[in-house]
Write a protein that binds this ligand. Structure first.
Ligand SMILES: [Zn+2]
Ligand SMILES: [Zn+2]
Length: 382
């Protein structure tokens, strides 16, 4: 940990980075200017950038003075298609795009971690790879990083998400599942349209689709073990063009979340079977499409004590983290290397993805200190 006076100065620098990122947000996999900014700041701080064939995102590395393992720390860098309403002096200048999930915070804080570690090479047994990952919000960025070989010689990886309901200086830690798996589905009901006054000559897709919506809730309550947490949400329902014509088809779309990877396939099959059965009974047909997104984010129990120590040794508070049914593409890394993901308290103004989202910038220092200490602990001599 650096001294108090130096911390204040350092925090100002990190706030500067965060505000510049916040002002210039970019959408997933289009983070070209953000990539340039991060590279520039790394060069200014004498930190090595590794040469991977990635167009967006940056991989940096701090090589220790002693032999040892490779630990990776990941920050995501993308923003969302939301029109900012905070009226902060450093509000987004990119219309309709906003850092409403706090990835500007993650990037600036982990840049801070890299700077601290670059000054402590004598204590590092091995190396720390810093991954500034693009495209988290669309769930594709971590796979892009994995496919480009960035994790090939990495022994373990750590990450965080800012957490608005935890105060600054508090870190939420939990082994096992922390965030849900994310899958998307589309159901098209094909009926047979006609005159609204003569429904007996039609197969009304809205009636069929409505029964499917109601039955999806029964899939959870009657067909999946009550011990499991499962959410099926139908978030889009479209059919028809006017008041006196029964339409030909209806379309629905939604998402399934669970904390158990093993039941994702079972839910998919149950949903498809239920939708098909209802359509068949009413004379209609179904097209069912399933898109798998990220698996359950599940922390490796072996790192829990170390993650708690890194909090407590620096005077921060550890709380047992609560699970969240949001998704996080960090979970793809967990399919490749052992890992741990924590909640970083930021005392946010409201929930993520809101047009007024803001957080307390003091947390930048906490996160920068926390991850540098955690990396040193993992790479200590013992
Ligand atoms: Zn988000
Ligand atoms: Zn996020």
């Amino acid at each position: 940990m650096i001294t108090i006076e130096k911390q204040e100065e350092f925090l100002k620098k990190l706030i500067g980075y965060r505000r510049e990122l916040h002002k210039h947000p970019e959408l997933s996999m289009k983070e070209y200017e953000t990539t340039k900014r991060i590279k520039r700041w790394l060069y200014e701080n004498d930190i090595k950038v590794l040469d991977f064939p990635i167009e967006v995102g940056v991989v940096a590395e701090i090589e220790g003075e002693h032999e040892g393992k490779t630990v990776a720390i990941r920050a995501d860098i993308d923003a969302l298609p939301i029109e900012e309403k905070t009226e902060l002096p450093f509000s987004s200048v990119n219309k309709g795009i906003m850092h409403a999930c706090g990835h500007d915070f993650h990037t600036a804080a982990i840049l801070g971690t890299a700077i601290i570690l670059s000054k402590r090479k004598a204590e590092i047994y091995g190396r720390v790879r810093i991954i500034f990952q693009p495209g988290e919000e669309t769930g594709k960025g971590s796979q892009y990083i994995i496919e480009e070989g960035v994790l090939r010689d990495v022994d373990c990886i750590f990450g965080m998400h800012n957490k608005p309901d935890l105060p600054v200086g508090t870190i939420g830690i939990r082994s096992g599942e922390l965030m849900a798996s994310v899958d998307r589905f589309e159901i098209k009901v094909i009926g047979s349209g006609g005159h609204a006054g003569i429904p007996n000559k039609c197969i009304d897709p809205i009636v069929v689709a409505s029964q499917i919506v109601a039955s999806m809730q029964t899939v959870v309550s009657r067909s999946i073990s009550p011990i499991e947490s499962v959410v099926i949400s139908i978030t889009r329902f479209n059919s028809g063009t006017t008041w006196n014509v029964i339409s030909d088809s209806a379309e629905m779309e939604g998402t399934v979340r669970t904390f158990n990877n093993n039941i994702r396939e079972e839910i998919r099959n149950l949903m498809e079977r239920t939708a098909k059965g209802i359509a068949r009974a009413l004379g209609g047909k179904i097209e069912f499409k399933w898109f798998s997104y990220s698996p359950v984010l599940e922390n490796d129990v072996r790192f829990k004590d170390l993650c708690i120590e890194a909090a407590e040794d620096n005077g921060y508070k550890y709380v047992e983290a609560k699970r969240n049914l949001g998704g996080e593409d960090f979970s793809f890394y967990q399919t490749v290397v052992p890992s741990f993901f924590v909640w970083m308290g930021v005392d946010g103004t409201e929930e993520w993805h809101k047009a007024n989202y803001n957080l307390k910038e003091d947390a930048l220092m906490v996160a920068a200190n926390y991850f540098s200490d955690l990396a040193l602990k993992v790479l200590s001599k013992k």
